[in-house]
Design a protein around this ligand. Structure first.
Ligand code: ZN
Length: 188
């Protein structure tokens, strides 16, 4: 249900979204690959489900956000990417709905909430350049590189440890949040 990539790029440029120049560093095919996600647990995939709920309103912001996660960096870059996603969503909402339209405030609130999800749950999907990275992209290239049995055994052992420590539901982090709150794990 996602809008065509060309349309997202055009809208991002028309609205002069923050970080839009990053899109120029990638070919159309690269952007398509980044935006379509690389693995099922990659964070922007479930983000995309909720941004697509917004009739695609936030998708141009999500595209830039995906590219920033792909480029990666430090924790500061991660926070900046999520802040940019929020302000870009705000810009898209304001362009779509006038101040007197109640939908403006509904979507502004959603943008704020989605950016909060990014900050809270996005770190594992953000490519880390200052520490060993286990984002889906790095995980995948590890598997591509290591065709030997040892590499596969090590990889599956890692997965087993992760599964035993985490909630069994890895497909839906949004629901996971609610679950862990009930158990009181989310409190700090
Ligand atoms: Zn990575």
């Amino acid at each position: 249900m996602s809008r065509p990539l060309t349309e997202l790029i055009t809208i991002a440029k028309q609205n002069n979204l923050s970080g839009v120049e990053l899109l120029d560093d990638f070919s159309y095919l690269e952007l398509a690959r980044i935006y379509n996600g690389i693995g099922p647990d990659r964070f922007p995939d479930w983000l995309r489900v909720i941004v697509t709920e917004a009739n695609g309103l936030f998708e141009p912001a999500a595209l830039i956000h995906d590219v920033e996660y792909y480029i990666g960096g430090t924790k500061e870059n991660f926070t900046a990417a999520n802040d940019r996603f929020r302000s870009n969503c705000y810009a898209l909402v304001k362009a779509a709905y006038s101040w007197y339209d109640p939908r403006r405030y509904k979507w502004l609130f959603r943008a704020w909430r989605y950016a909060g999800y990014c900050q809270e749950f996005g770190w594992s999907g953000f490519h880390k350049t200052a520490e060993p990275c286990e984002c889906t992209r790095c995980e995948k290239s590890d598997l591509d590189a290591g065709n030997s049995e040892t590499a596969e055994v090590t990889a599956s052992a890692d997965v087993a440890v992760e599964v035993s420590e985490d909630e069994p539901e890895t497909e839906q982090p949004v629901k996971k949040k609610k679950k862990s709150k009930k158990k009181g794990k989310g409190k700090k």
